[in-house]
Ligand binder design. Structure first.
Ligand code: SAH
Length: 355
């Protein structure tokens, strides 16, 4: 890419970070009408062009002016593992500063879901999570988050139906970029993913939950609960010290009554830690009366972790205990592995062959 010099990266505004509305405001400063923003946005987010020269319905003069002022940021796909047939394709991306993140394509019934990263690494330090070992490198920009969906869709024949913000990082510690990315993905002039098909997952940052409740869009909220008692939760998720369960559950209740929407609770089952019948009973009590769905995710072990995956018997027992008492319980697994673990297991400790 000849035009992408270091100077460009430093000096020019990357228009991929702008929502359609922000792009219209930007173009207005140049005296351009709003259809220009729609035109450019469509080229980038619907057609996936990488260069101004490809925008054939825009005059050469205008394209030259755009190219002088703006750039179109790119993600490099460094590797893909898995296949559509297997139902999971992991993508390793390299950002323009060399940071690396992962995004995952998942097949789940009729859904084609992409799981995106929102930060390079993560600062939360959940003790069972592989990404935690990396620490936080930096927040991703809106274009880098939404761009993962665009890059993944280019390599897939089927239309992407759902997006989950459940890869590396904590979305609510990078709130604005995540919401802008969701708006880009939701736009009629872009990938047009329905707002209800875009789910933002948090470890329990209550300020973010309250902010999301007041957004006009119907984006969905998921909470990584992982334990129904404060002590176990603190052990698994140090952030629980700062946002205790009582406070978290209050924010969730306020969210559901304000928005009239259900929330999804994620619960990673760890053998002997949170998968016992008494943990199931505590979960029933905690979630009583909350309009919700529950995703049980059997822990996906990785080298170096002290935690173990639950046995199948324990997973079944846990779900059988809670099912009569709680709505919509799902066990997230497929063909020998659990599909959502694809998102919960992202860490780039190993350099890849081509780096
Ligand atoms: N920080 C956000 C989003 C990233 S974590 C959040 O906490 O929701 C995405 C999900 O993967 C979380 O629900 C987490 O509990 C789960 N997860 C992390 N590591 C996992 C592993 N090894 N096996 C299964 N699920 C895991």
């Amino acid at each position: 890419m000849k035009s992408r010099t270091l100077r460009d990266v430093k000096m020019k505004l990357d228009i991929k970070n702008l929502t359609l509305w922000q792009l219209s405001v930007e173009f207005k400063k140049l005296g351009l009408r709003s259809f220009r923003a729609r035109q450019v946005f469509r080229w980038i987010w619907l057609k996936g062009v990488r260069d101004w020269s490809e925008m054939s319905d825009i005059s050469k003069e205008l394209r030259t002016m755009f190219a002088e002022r703006y750039r179109i940021g790119q993600l490099k796909v460094k590797s893909r593992t898995g296949s559509a047939k297997q139902g999971v394709v992991k993508h390793l991306f390299e950002l323009e500063d060399g940071s690396r993140v992962e995004g995952v394509w998942l097949k789940d019934g009729s859904r084609r879901t992409v799981c995106v990263s929102t930060q390079a690494g993560c600062s939360l330090g959940c003790t069972f999570c592989r990404t935690a070992q990396m620490g936080l490198k930096r927040n991703l920009l809106a274009g880098e988050i939404a761009g993962q969906v665009l890059a993944i869709s280019k390599g897939q024949a089927e239309r992407i139906t759902n997006v989950v913000f459940m890869g590396m990082g904590e979305p609510f510690l990078n709130y604005d970029a995540c919401l802008d990315a969701a708006r880009i993905l939701n736009s009629d002039f872009g990938p047009k993913i329905g707002a209800r098909k875009i789910t933002i997952s948090t470890a329990g940052i209550t300020e973010g939950i309250r902010r999301l409740a007041s957004e006009p869009e119907q984006f969905k909220l998921a909470i990584s609960l992982n334990a129904a008692d404060q002590k176990t939760r603190e052990r698994l998720m140090p952030i629980a010290h700062r946002y205790p369960l009582t406070e978290l559950m209050q924010a969730v209740r306020d969210y559901t009554s304000m928005t009239n929407k259900r929330v999804t609770f994620e619960y990673v089952l760890l053998r002997g830690v949170n998968d016992r019948p008494r943990d199931a009973s505590a979960l029933i009590l905690l979630l009583q009366g909350i309009p919700c769905k529950i995703n049980l995710i059997p822990f996906n072990p990785y080298p170096g972790t002290d935690y173990e995956a639950p046995t199948e018997v324990d997973v079944n027992r846990f779900s059988e205990v809670i099912m009569p008492h709680l709505p919509a319980v799902m066990v997230r697994k497929s063909l020998g592995g659990n599909i959502f673990a694809g998102c919960g297991q992202l860490a780039l400790l190993q350099p890849t062959a081509d780096s």
